[in-house]
Design a protein around this ligand. Structure first.
Ligand code: ADP
Length: 621
């Protein structure tokens, strides 16, 4: 389209080009009849696809009268031009605003509430927007937003989701994973709004890659980093809101756009209250999932097999300065199942270690491999026979192990003290009630970690700190693993349980059988993964992975407390998270040693914090 500035369309005089979208040009124009400035969106009617989209937008805005949906004044055509006349919105788009940097949560909330209200109104009228993104949010000023561009909107009654079989429409950075399998829904719009919110408060997109298809695969397979990984000032409650909006499973997301905005308001105003509610919700969800799994023990609900070798490199966060894509049609080829034999290099995660006595273990950036989270295949029978049944069996085995873990033998004393326990501090306190995941045993050590009264734990002013009723392991620089050791007793065979909240940073958990530079390390990370690894003396930055980083829905996101339990018995290690068996490994390198609580950071995170409570040690035989 050549520059049409200066020409007339009816009583509209085109003044200057405001912007170009995927199909249209938008001009600032002067309405000579009504004597006001307007914006005119125009397309050439020669392109049938564009004309169809244009007409859809005209129909949508005609149906939607809402104070935060950009209205239309007029629609007409002249020669081959079709045009839509709208109010001129001088403040630019949200995308332009975000190019100046992220917004404060309060500023983001103000815009979110308006857009969520507009979006929900559209949903209530049976219209799915399908292209929610910052460039489709126009700003009158920093405090007033309009939802615009219903060009790819879908009217629920006509389900033309696919432009052709296997082809999706939208902007990949904002497209929900469930669009690969089903139609656009209000939930896919809510997911996109969650990404916009992520972008508003962090200035980053959660999933970026070179090609639209690569981005969309990340939407399907990768877990987003918590917003606080980008902006450490953001609270765990805010993380929890965003991570819920970006759940892969649409049923776990907020049910309405307003619910998302309301949760975000609560996370800002009453973070503790919101976290408590969210924790409760996640716990009852876990319970329901477990119940459902017990009822249908042989139906395949894919567990997280800890040794699945199919991992992909971690998503690298990239600044939002990348150009926002226009809506594209993506044709999905069958998703490959990347499987290959594990190589010895794969087992090494480059956390260099120095002696524990030095208190700081340097971490290097590492390439983490991810397992595929989705298999798209039409060979259903083959899948059932060769994958479904073996997986069902694995699932059955996991379930069996979980129930075994609830009753631990208490007969053999096996925790050895290398130092005398402080006077008056019994090592086996009276039972304080059953541990959440171990019933029928009295802990040998039961420490709420609210204070270091017996002087049992390492304590200093900065790294290992008792405050606000919990034990905080602070990592004060990037690429570090910070241990805070239990001074006594040393542990060989035992079940060790602790509640950890990964408040910021990359990972946190328990180090076991620490002997100088040699130890085992069971941690969860900010990708909702857990891992078990071993470090050996003289190995510098290399670790041996016993269970590679593995995504698990048993892990509660967003800084919520997760109960880790490791049962170390001889060469056998069994791992549980929130009562769910997540993995098992065998390794006989170290038989005993110190125990430490640890937290780590990986670049670009400048620091991190794990807070720990309710530490317990149980005997095993
Ligand atoms: P398309 O539907 O082809 O993607 P858009 O509706 O996104 O086109 O418009 C393209 C650009 O034009 C927008 O990104 C925005 O910068 C500008 N624009 C659109 N409508 C208005 C308006 N009413 N007032 C001011 N600028 C507008």
């Amino acid at each position: 389209m050549s520059d049409l500035a200066g020409t007339h369309l009816g009583h509209y005089r085109l003044l200057r080009l405001l912007g170009k979208g995927g199909m249209a040009e938008v001009y600032l124009a002067y309405d000579e009849e009504k004597q006001r400035e307007v914006a005119i969106k125009m397309i050439s009617g020669h392109n049938v696809d564009y004309l169809e989209r244009f007409m859809r937008e005209v129909a949508a805005v005609d149906k939607l009268t809402h104070k935060h949906i950009l209205p239309a004044y007029d629609y007409d055509s002249e020669e081959s031009w079709h045009y839509l006349v709208m109010p001129y919105i001088p403040g630019g788009t949200l995308r332009e605003l975000l190019e100046e940097g992220p917004l404060s949560p309060t500023a983001a909330l103000e815009l979110l509430e308006q857009i969520a209200d507009a979006l929900q109104f559209a949903h209530e009228q049976g219209i799915i927007h399908r292209d929610i993104k910052p460039s489709n949010i126009l700003l009158r000023d920093a405090h007033y937003a309009y939802l615009a561009d219903f060009g790819v909107a879908k009217f629920v009654e006509n389900s033309n989701r696919l432009t052709q079989t296997g082809t999706l429409l939208g902007t990949p950075e904002y497209m929900a994973p469930d669009l690969a399998e089903g139609p656009a829904t209000s939930s896919t719009d809510i997911y996109a709004l969650g990404i916009v919110l992520y972008q508003m408060i962090t200035g980053q997109l959660p999933f970026v890659a070179e090609t639209p298809l690569a981005v969309y695969w990340k939407q399907i397979r990768d877990q987003p980093q918590s917003p606080s990984q980008h902006q450490p000032s953001l609270s765990p409650a805010i993380d929890a809101v965003i991570l819920r909006a970006l759940e892969k499973d649409p049923h776990q997301r907020f049910h309405t756009a307003r619910e998302l905005a309301e949760a975000f308001r609560q996370a800002i105003e009453k973070p503790e209250h919101y976290l408590a509610q969210e924790r409760q919700r996640l716990r009852s969800r876990l319970k329901q999932e477990r119940k459902a799994a017990t009822r249908r023990p042989l139906r395949l609900r894919r567990p997280t097999p800890p040794s699945d070798p199919s991992f992909l490199p971690e998503a690298t966060p990239v600044a939002v300065k990348t150009r926002e894509r226009r809506p594209v049609a993506i044709t999905l080829p069958p998703l490959p199942i990347r499987r290959r034999a594990a190589r010895s290099n794969d087992l090494e995660t480059p956390y260099p270690a120095q002696p524990l006595s030095q208190q700081i273990v340097r971490e290097q950036p590492r390439i983490r491999r991810r397992r595929n989270t989705m298999v798209v295949s039409i060979v259903a029978l083959g899948f059932l026979l060769f994958v479904g049944l073996p997986m069902s069996y694995m699932y059955y085995v996991f379930e069996t192990h979980r129930s075994q873990a609830t009753v631990l033998p208490v007969s053999t004393p096996s925790i050895q003290a290398t130092q005398q326990a402080p006077q008056g501090q019994p090592q086996t306190p009276a039972s304080t009630g059953a541990a959440p995941t171990i019933t029928g045993s009295t802990p040998l050590l039961d420490d709420p970690l609210s204070a270091n009264t017996p002087g049992r734990w390492t304590e200093d002013a900065n790294h290992c700190v008792f405050a606000s009723g919990s034990y905080h392991v602070n990592v004060l620089q990037t690429n570090f693993l910070q241990p805070c050791p239990l001074l006594a007793p040393t542990i060989d065979n035992a079940a060790v349980q602790v509640e950890v909240s990964l408040r910021s940073g990359s990972n946190a958990g328990v180090m076991l059988r620490v002997q100088g530079e040699g130890f085992y390390d069971f941690e969860i990370n900010n990708q909702r993964q857990f891992f078990l690894r071993r470090h050996d003396p003289g190995k510098g930055s290399s670790y041996t992975s016993l269970i590679p980083p593995t995504t698990s829905s048993a892990i509660l996101p967003g800084g919520l407390p997760n109960t880790l339990l490791v049962i170390a018995n001889g060469a056998n290690f069994k791992l549980y998270i929130n009562g769910t068996a997540v993995g098992e490994a065998t390794d006989s390198t170290y038989a005993s040693g110190q125990l430490a609580l640890a937290a780590g950071t990986l670049a670009p995170l400048p620091g991190g914090e794990g807070s720990f409570t309710n530490f317990k040690i149980f005997k095993v035989s």
